[in-house]
Design a protein around this ligand. Structure first.
Ligand SMILES: NC(=O)c1ccc[n+]([C@@H]2O[C@H](COP(=O)([O-])OP(=O)(O)OC[C@H]3O[C@@H](n4cnc5c(N)ncnc54)[C@H](OP(=O)(O)O)[C@@H]3O)[C@@H](O)[C@H]2O)c1
Length: 97
């Protein structure tokens, strides 16, 4: 059993990923930039919820503190990624945080 946070998990692929991880017996955090949408999703799945907007450093810091206080994470699934426009040039590297 692992503790896993899925960003952008209140709907779409993140929600489905979280759903399957809960069924597999993991402790799953629904990361959601809107806490109410996140709470609805986590209630539906039997998961935990944490407010997390991946573009907001304060929100990320608060989410880290919340999860660490709860025992920490084994896995981060950063599903709430950034979609590039077709044909746009992507950076060759970016710092991990
Ligand atoms: N679906 C595809 O065919 C496909 C293909 C290639 C890549 N992807 C990538 O896979 C990921 C999920 O796709 P999806 O189709 O499941 O998208 P989706 O249905 O639009 O769901 C996106 C999720 O990310 C959340 N989100 C958006 N911006 C966020 C932010 N700044 N901080 C935290 N959460 C944020 C949304 O929250 P709200 O409800 O608040 O908006 C929602 O929960 C995306 O990164 C997408 O680019 C998808």
């Amino acid at each position: 059993m692992a503790a896993i946070l899925v960003t952008g998990a209140n709907k779409g692929l993140g929600f489905e990923t979280a759903r399957r991880l809960v069924i597999a017996g993991h402790i799953v955090y629904i990361g959601s930039r809107d806490i109410e949408r996140g709470r609805r999703a986590s209630d539906q799945l039997g998961a935990r919820v944490v407010q997390l907007d991946v573009t907001d450093d304060a929100s990320v810091r608060a989410a880290v503190d919340t999860v660490e206080a709860d025992g920490g994470l084994d896995v981060l699934i950063n599903n709430a990624g950034v979609a590039a426009e077709w044909g746009a040039r992507m950076p060759r590297s970016a710092p991990l945080r």
